[in-house]
Design a protein around this ligand. Structure first.
Ligand code: GDP
Length: 460
């Protein structure tokens, strides 16, 4: 049976490397027949007699003729990525050769893999848990040092480990409480209430931390919309060019973006700052009033961070204070940047705005203090202390499940505060356990698994 989670006994095949021309390409097979199928195409050696983790060079033949000279890597079950028999055929990178080899494997009994099916099998065979499997997708899609780091950390199981120990302890308590229920006539307490209360409190802190890391995680994974705003002639275009010169990210390398929607992306400290409405900034020099007040407000609300640029000679302290009030009123996250310090002198500028904290003084034209500005941008969106060594949630599914965990933990805590009976307490603990298991993929139903894995690309 093929479809849903069926077809597990099939041997699957797919091109594992990027589509198109390359120096070499890898075709991957997984399943019971992987070695036998390859054996029929690769006459130079009896692969079924070879040890796991070995390489074999020779000709690959299909329909009586040589297709290519290839290297076959053997991974015998269960010591492979999927936990099954896995063969990887490295061939020359021509799309024609790749296609021929896939066809040859299909002719010998394999079927084409569905997106994510290799990783799905790894999950089903207990090689990875669901968060690790999902982080494989993130790792493949990661395009900055920071998103690479978080995906790698998760794939190694950082996040899972933390939740695992919470789960084990809760299981212990829930077993003890359920035991009490069996002895309900005798009014005994097996489960130490003080220890449970402590565990719940600690877990609340940890789960809350993970939940709040989602905001940072999202910034790392998807970047942050950034608006540079300010009066005409403040130096916005100049600053934009200065930043782009050093930090322009290659847009075509970033998944899910097109040149139409996102004009410019900066990669600063591994974070992608997506500059919104850069066209508006550039046009504003030609038609000074072209950005109406309304439009810039909309733009600012779209932004995760607003860079307010002003000319230190031109803007008055009162004007700046008024601007700050407006930002605060809108609840925006913003940086105040005083420009053209080369004209007034940094010290004079500092003195002028001395009682407004947090201003970064720069000269966009002279590239002065641009590093300071960049540091502050990263600091602002990362919320200060958090570094990517800590576990960070980047996945919406985990975020949603953790919120359920949080609310059931609150239920347990509230219940204990009010001295509710053990059977009701057990209910909240069970709910919490359910969502913890859900994160690791242990209770997830088949449709959701199919959905999660379908977001992978074929060959992964
Ligand atoms: P925009 O209207 O905010 O985009 O401002 P522009 O970037 O077009 O700059 C307006 C004028 O200010 C131009 O003549 C720039 O050369 C000048 N300018 C921009 N930055 C600086 C700076 O740091 N120092 C000085 N002296 N002039 C600057």
């Amino acid at each position: 049976m093929i479809g849903k989670l069926g077809g597990h006994d099939d041997t699957i095949v797919a091109i594992a490397t990027a589509p198109g021309l390359g120096a070499i390409a890898v075709i991957r097979l997984s399943g019971k027949q992987a070695v036998a199928i390859t054996d029929r195409l690769f006459p130079s050696k009896d692969l079924s007699a070879q040890a796991t983790h070995t390489l074999h060079f020779g000709g690959l033949h299909f329909q009586g003729r040589l297709v290519d000279e290839v290297v076959v890597s053997l991974y015998r079950a269960p010591k492979s990525y999927t936990g099954e028999e896995v063969v990887e055929i490295s061939c020359h990178g021509s799309p024609y050769i790749q296609q021929q080899i896939v066809e040859a494997c299909i002719a010998e009994g394999a079927r084409l893999a569905r997106p994510g099916e290799f990783t799905q099998r790894a999950f089903l065979n207990g090689k990875l848990d669901l968060t690790q499997a999902e982080s494989v997708a993130d790792l493949i899609a990661s395009n900055t040092a920071a998103s690479h780091q978080t995906a790698l950390q998760q794939m190694r199981g950082g996040f899972t480990r933390e939740l695992h120990s919470l789960r084990e302890q809760l299981i212990k308590f829930s077993a003890l409480i359920e035991l009490e229920l069996d002895f309900s006539q005798e009014d005994v307490e097996f489960a130490d209430r003080t220890a449970l209360y402590e565990l719940v409190n600690e877990s609340l802190t940890e789960v809350s931390r993970l939940i709040s890391s989602f905001k940072v995680g999202n910034v790392i994974k998807n970047g942050v919309n950034t608006a540079i705003i300010g009066r005409p002639n403040a130096g916005k275009s100049t600053l934009l060019n200065t930043l782009l010169n050093e930090n322009r990210a290659i847009v075509s390398d970033i998944a899910g973006t097109t040149r139409d929607t996102i004009e410019e992306i900066l990669n600063i400290g591994g974070i992608l700052f997506r500059l919104i409405d850069t066209a508006g900034i550039r046009e504003s020099n030609d038609a000074i009033e072209s950005i109406g007040v309304q439009k810039s407000l909309e733009k600012m609300r779209e932004a995760g961070i607003v860079v307010y640029l002003f000319d230190v000679s031109e803007l008055t302290v009162d004007d700046l204070l008024e601007q700050i009030r407006a930002f605060d009123h809108e609840g925006l996250s913003y940086l105040l940047v005083g420009n053209k310090t080369d004209m007034l002198g940094t010290e004079v500028a500092r003195a002028k705005f001395s009682f407004i904290p947090g201003i970064i003084f720069i000269s966009a034209r002279d590239h002065s203090q641009i590093t300071e500005l960049k540091d502050q941008l990263v600091h602002k969106v990362m919320g200060g202390a958090i570094n990517t060594e800590n576990t960070i949630i980047t996945n919406v599914r985990h975020y949603a499940a953790l919120q359920e965990v949080l609310s059931s933990l609150k239920g347990v805590k509230g219940g204990m505060d009010h001295g509710i009976p053990g059977d009701l307490l057990a209910l909240d603990i069970r709910r919490c356990l359910h969502y913890l298991a859900d994160i690791a993929g242990e209770v997830t139903n088949e449709d959701r698994l199919d959905y999660i894995f379908s977001k992978f690309c074929i060959g992964k």
